[in-house]
Design a binder for this molecule. Sequence first.
Ligand SMILES: CC(C)(COP(=O)(O)OP(=O)(O)OC[C@H]1O[C@@H](n2cnc3c(N)ncnc32)[C@H](O)[C@@H]1OP(=O)(O)O)[C@@H](O)C(=O)NCCC(=O)NCCS
Length: 419
Amino acid sequence: MTLADGYRLISTDASRARDVLHVTSFAFAFTVPQKDADFITRVYPFGAGRAVEVADASRGTIGTLAAAHTSFRFRLAVPGGHSLATSGLSWVSVHPGHRRRGLLTAMIADHFANSRARGEAISALYASETQIYQRFGYGLAARTAMIELSRGAKLRDSAGADELIVEIDSASYERHASVLQEVQSAMTRPGSIVDFEEVTVAEAFLDIEADRDGADELRIVIVRDGDSPLAWALLNRKANWDLHSPDGKVQVRAWGSAAPHATARLMRVLVDFDLMSKTALSRIALDDETLHLLVDPRGARASIEDNLWVRILDVASALEGRGYAADCDVTVAIQDTQLPDNAGTWRISVTGGEATVTRTDDDADLAMSIQELGAAYLGGTSIATLTRAGLVREHRDGAASELSRAMLSDLAPACNIGF
Ligand SMILES: CC(C)(COP(=O)(O)OP(=O)(O)OC[C@H]1O[C@@H](n2cnc3c(N)ncnc32)[C@H](O)[C@@H]1OP(=O)(O)O)[C@@H](O)C(=O)NCCC(=O)NCCS
């Protein structure tokens, strides 16, 4: 779709920080005190910033921003122990005075073109509203749990957990971003961000006083094996007193772990802060060891949320860029109205865990839209399930289970870092 008359697409570097903050604060309904306004320069990757600028007085003041977005560029862990260059779409904002004129649609086309030009075969995002991005081919690739643990919630023993070292400190982007880098780079769960520019984690360290709502400053818990960090959590604690006793809450802002025994040790620390009666955590993979180690899993009051949405930008590179759990030889007709060079029939041949993906004139065994391929990509949503739901159509008996078994991942996908 072309951009509506009276607007133009531009790149935004840091010199447009105030304008970007203006349009994003209108779109997301937040206001920051003037003294904190420069936070945007720390958390927004201006290297990939794009915006829609008013170009005609009939649309508003010429030169003001009507819409903006940016992309975090990182490598995402994908099934089979591989990782893939990924474009993390974020900060998507259309000023309320310019909505429903196709500005988002034009920005998505621009985002796809720029991501592909950088060699990124997939795009991923967190959705503010789940209905927005499906029309652009993003599929729900990972779901995660939010839990609330009571003080002292019991966890079963995990071999080696007691030997690990725990450090609790005030959180500092300058001192601790490298800890996150080190832990994340060792993570193999599909959906984990394993290699990233530091700006990707800057928001997790943001600690604007006006946002604390009475909680203490941001703290970090690091679990180490000797000098090597294995797990981390960023958290705030908010004290509260009921009539007779302390009733504070630990809010874990973000956490990550590269080893199950480090997760167990981290969780034991998170449920054992004095004066706190509960601990809230999110972005927990649906098969995370925490949910199995809890003696009272029902007590965790788990609820499910959508986590990562994935859009395949380049079918052959994306499918050849991940590993597979079983051999298969399947032809798949893909429908993609926004990126027509993904559309058509592809042969997916897997041997020894690696795929060769080529165009074919043969009849298709399966047919699906690019959204379904994105949903299945990280190995957490099965092709068999999508077939049962009528979203994948099977033209050859057995083809759906063949591709389904090949694409499944041993570990459920989850992304633990917001972007
Ligand atoms: C969501 C948002 C970006 C949409 O921008 P927009 O420029 O109005 O979108 P478009 O005009 O390109 O709309 C494209 C289509 O998506 C639909 N759509 C857009 N936002 C939608 C929403 N929130 N829910 C359902 N449908 C939506 C439109 O109706 C339109 O459908 P149509 O093509 O059938 O007419 C904008 O409303 C916004 O900035 N919202 C607040 C911030 C936000 O939620 N950002 C997303 C962050 S993940």
